[in-house]
Each structure stands twice: as structure tokens, then as C-alpha cells.
Design a protein. Structure first.
Length: 223
């Protein structure tokens, strides 16, 4: 009986949340988010190896939390276009035969992304959505890690790469002035290459399955 009463109380509280004016074509929504980035980074192919990687070498990129912003334009009441802005930084570390070694240091990534989103739910209420679109990952200022430097590499470059993103999330209204809480999850699909040089000579080139999960939470304001 107590559980039943608690359930009714939770339902009543949810119904008491103020409604939000329905989104309409031409509206713009701005989001400020804390974003958790969890890439894979596994080596899928070794294209060049002149430094003698040990057999069984594998790789994993570390996770990061970073601030991001998103700007969304409603094409119709239910369709919108969204782009995000942010920079995330990662190391790529060895696994297997090079467990714990640092292969890439401080690779900064700008994930230029545009998704087309479809919003569900009733006007003025909680609005779940799904989306998909292209992404272009730009890598900045990456360096060879301590281990690849010890093997002779003096410079490292991650190749900028076109990929794709799938998206799902929900906007939860807080008041009737356009303020909402936003939860968002994206899965990117990306296969960049990493190249290490000794001077101007290419000594190692690998292809990676980056495929990060990008999970965000924050506030949204529509105007």
C-alpha cells in the first residue's frame, strides 16, 4: 500500500511540472552541457611499421569530461537541426604487449557534428527525440607518447576524418518560458588513421576504431 501511495505521489508531482510552450518552426534552442566522452581507439589495421611494434600490441583512448554547447534550429514543430561545439582531449594508451604505454599524448578533438532530429511527445510536455547525421573530427596539436618517442618517433599526426553519429535524448520542461533540462547520448562511428614520423620519414601508421560514446546533461533555453 505504501509503495502504491508513493507511485501516486510521484505521478502527481510529474503532472504538476509547469508546461512549456510548444516548439514551432523557426525556434532556436541553446544548450549548455557537461559532456562525458568515452572513445574506443582500438587498432584495426597496421599499415606501416618501421619501429617494430611488439606482437599483440593494442590501443585504447582514455575518457574525458568537457563542457559543450549545442545550437538547435526547429525546421518544423517536430524536426530540428542541431550542431555542437566543444573540444575534448585524449591520450591513446597501449594494451596487450604495450599495456600502460602512451602512444599518443594530448590529442585535442573538435567533433564538428550536424544532426537531424525528430521530436516525440505532446506539445508542452517531455520531448524525447532521436537523430542522426554526419560528423567531421578535427585533430589538433597531438604528440607522440613517451613510448613511441623511445622507439624513435619525433612527430605524430591523427588524420581528420568524416564519420557519422546516431543520437537519442530527452528535453524536460522546467517552466513555461523555454527553460528545460536536457539529457543526450550520441554514438559516433569513426575510423581515423594515426601516423608517427621520425623527422620527415613515416615510421608507423595505424588505423583505429575510435567510435566514441558522447553522453551529455545540462540546461536548454528555447527562444
Amino acid at each position: 500500500m505504501k509503495t502504491h501511495h508513493l507511485s501516486l505521489a510521484a505521478l502527481a508531482a510529474a503532472l504538476a511540472v509547469p508546461g512549456q510552450a510548444a516548439a514551432k518552426a523557426g525556434d532556436v534552442q541553446f544548450k549548455v552541457l557537461a559532456t562525458y566522452v568515452a572513445p574506443d581507439g582500438k587498432i584495426s589495421d597496421v599499415k606501416t611499421d618501421r619501429i617494430g611494434l611488439p606482437a599483440g600490441t593494442q590501443a585504447k583512448a582514455d575518457d574525458n569530461v568537457t563542457p559543450t554547447v549545442a545550437i538547435e534550429y526547429f525546421v518544423t514543430d517536430r524536426l530540428s537541426l542541431e550542431t555542437i561545439a566543444g573540444v575534448t582531449q585524449h591520450d591513446v594508451n597501449g594494451r596487450g604487449a604495450l599495456d600502460g604505454a602512451t602512444l599518443v599524448s594530448d590529442a585535442k578533438i573538435v567533433p564538428a557534428t550536424l544532426t537531424l532530429k525528430y521530436h516525440f511527445g505532446k506539445d508542452g510536455g517531455v520531448r524525447p527525440y532521436v537523430g542522426a547525421g554526419p560528423s567531421y573530427f578535427i585533430f589538433i596539436d597531438e604528440k607522440p607518447g613517451a613510448t613511441t618517442r623511445s622507439l624513435g618517433a619525433t612527430k605524430q599526426k591523427m588524420g581528420d576524418k568524416l564519420g557519422a553519429a546516431l543520437q537519442a535524448g530527452v528535453d524536460i520542461p522546467v517552466n513555461d518560458s523555454g527553460l528545460a533540462l536536457s539529457l543526450d547520448a550520441k554514438r559516433y562511428f569513426l575510423r581515423p588513421t594515426a601516423t608517427w614520423y621520425a623527422g620527415t620519414t613515416e615510421v608507423l601508421k595505424t588505423r583505429h576504431r575510435l567510435d566514441p560514446w558522447v553522453i551529455s546533461a545540462g540546461v536548454a533555453f528555447r527562444f
